[in-house]
Each structure stands twice: as C-alpha cells, then as structure tokens.
Write a protein that binds this ligand. Structure first.
Ligand SMILES: Nc1nc2c(c(=O)[nH]1)N[C@H]1C(S)=C(S)[C@@H](COP(=O)(O)O)O[C@H]1N2
Ligand SMILES: [Mo]
Length: 312
C-alpha cells in the first residue's frame, strides 16, 4: 500500500488555511451578531495533508472522539514549553524532513531508517484509543500508525534485548523548550520488551487521518493507551534495545513520583494527588479512571504476579 507523503499531495487537495480561517471568522461574525456577547474564537489549527490507504485497525473504542481542535491545541510537549498551548504555538520550528530513526543495540539488524522508509513498513491503521495523562485529564484520539512489533520483528532482537529505550530529538534550535532545564534532555522513555511487542503498542504517524501535527510528536511517536501519557514519547530519533531498564527522563526528574511502568492505575495515587478519577477533555463531570485505562483485558497478563504498588 502506498503512503502519500506531504510533498506528494497536490495543493488543490489541501484546504488553504486562509480560506478556512476566513470561513471561521465569517461564522464567528454571524454568531457574534446573533448572540452577543460572543466568546472570542481562537484561530483553529491548520489541517494537515491526509494519509492514504489507512484501514480501520483493532482495539478501537467507540467512545466519542475528542475534537481535532482540542487534540492539537491542548498538549504536553515540554520541548516547546510547559504550557498546554505552547506546543501548538511553537512547534512549527520543528523540521520533520529529512528525519531518521536509528534502531540499535541488542539486535541483529541495526540500521538508521529514513522516516519515509519506516512509513512503508506496514500498512497504516486507524486506532481510536483513550489517552490518560498523569495530570488527570484524558482524551479519545483516532491515531494512525502501525504496531511497534512490526519494526521489532524486522530488526531481530538478540536474547539480551530485555528492554527498549526511546529517545526524542535533542536540538534546542528547533525545540526552544530544551533551553530550560525543566527536564534533563533528551526526553527518554522505556518499555519492557514484552510491552513493546504488545499488539496495542503503536508507532503513530498521524491522527484524524492526517499527517501527525508537530505538537503531537511528528513525525513519529509512541502510543501505549494503558500507560500514563508521558510514556508515549514524541518525535523519536532513536530506538535502542538494551539489557537493563532505561533511566527515563521522568524517573531522573522525580523517581518517587514516576516509576518505570506507569500503568494507569486508579488504586495507586500519585504522591501529590489521587488517580481515581479523570476529566475527559470537553466534559464537565469527572469520570472514574479504569484499571489499565480500560485495557485490562488486553494487558493485565503482562503484569500477572507483580505487585503494582511496588512496580508503579
Ligand atoms: N518528547 C516528549 N514526549 C512526550 C511529552 C513531552 O513533554 N516530550 N509529554 C508526554 C505527555 S505528559 C503526554 S500526556 C503526551 C501528550 O500527547 P498529545 O499532546 O499528543 O496528546 O505526550 C507525552 N510525550
Ligand atoms: Mo501527561
């Protein structure tokens, strides 16, 4: 299946941002006239090029999707600042082409992959997943991507590959938030090899059928829906197979608050707040947080016999 790259798409197929914005302003004008005082309507985020050949994938929830506008303007991406609107405002400085992902470590076929080569690895699927942030909010996002297991199979891990480390780009010229020492850069995350190989674990390259917006971790990021959002590292440049559990950026910053596993668990509180409930973005009332974010049926067997209080 061929995948359309941003440069292949004729400009006639892209909604020109100008027209879109003007239409929005026009509609906002009508609304203001009809029902003053109207709330100021912020400029909507630009829509990206569509990805071709995306088929419906497994494990999708049929819960209401969080609107595109919220998914792309309410973000955590500390490389662009710690405010929720910083990534949408600042991530345009990130250059996603050319882009390579170095796959290395305890594997028989180490290689530096060009992103466009990686995109042809597997046919792309849409997976509508819940994403629960450790801070207590959640969204439902239609990701586009392919299982990380597809990549792992190709690079042939050795018997010593017990964990996988994921490294985000480190370039303060493109990522101005890296000039601050809020985290020790680069952003590092890690998974046990069985978690990495789990069919729910996705390498996402798009959302809402479109090329991944920069603020959501373009050109390629992880998504593990049963773990707190921070495990899903964005804008990945390196995937390293290792024998020992990697020291993640959040464990380095606050080891008593962020464990290696970070599975969504309503029964294990964060030291500074409860994890029992969450606010779905766009909703008023909080809802109960589910064990493994509602994916227990799929992932509970990975942790059988483990004390999830100790291994938080
Ligand atoms: N490199 C990097 N990856 C990151 C983060 C970050 O700050 N830097 N934030 C994490 C957190 S806390 C969350 S909740 C999710 C948010 O993903 P989204 O903005 O696409 O919803 O990205 C995660 N991945
Ligand atoms: Mo998060």
């Amino acid at each position: 299946m061929r995948i359309i790259k941003p440069n292949d798409i004729p400009s006639s197929e892209i909604t020109p941002r100008e027209i879109y914005l003007n239409r929005r302003r026009f509609m906002a004008g009508i609304a203001a006239f009809a029902a003053a005082p109207a709330l100021a309507t912020p400029a909507p985020p630009a829509r990206g090029p569509r990805l071709a050949g995306v088929r419906p994938g497994r494990f999708s929830t049929n819960e209401a999707k969080t609107p595109f506008e919220s998914v792309t303007t309410y973000n955590n991406f500390y490389e662009f600042g710690t405010g929720k609107s910083d990534p949408a405002e600042k991530a345009h400085t990130l250059k996603t082409r050319p882009w390579t992902v170095s796959v290395e470590g305890e594997i028989r076929r180490p290689r530096i992959y060009d992103i466009d080569e990686l995109l042809k690895f597997a046919s792309l699927e849409e997976r509508i997943y819940r994403l629960r942030c450790v801070e207590g909010w959640s969204m439902v996002i239609p990701w586009v991507g392919f299982p990380l297991a597809e990549l792992i199979r190709r690079v042939e891990p050795t018997g010593n590959a017990k964990f996988v480390e994921f490294v985000t780009l480190h370039d303060p010229r493109q990522m101005p938030g890296q000039r601050s020492s809020v985290l020790d850069w680069p952003y590092i995350e890690g998974l046990r090899i069985d978690e990495a190989n789990h069919p729910l674990t996705l390498l996402a390259v798009g959302l809402y059928g479109e090329v991944l917006p920069n603020q959501n971790g373009a050109p390629i990021r992880l998504v593990m829906p049963w773990k707190y959002g921070f495990k899903s590292a964005k804008s990945i440049v390196k995937i390293r197979f290792v024998e020992k559990a990697p020291l993640t950026a959040w464990m380095r910053a606050a080891p008593n608050e962020y464990g290696f596993f970070s599975n969504v668990n309503p029964k294990v509180d964060h030291p500074r707040w409860s994890q029992a409930r969450e606010r779905r973005i766009g909703e008023f009332f909080k809802r109960e947080t589910l064990m493994f974010n509602g994916y227990a049926e799929q992932v509970a067997p990975l942790y059988r016999g483990m004390d999830l209080r100790k291994y938080f």
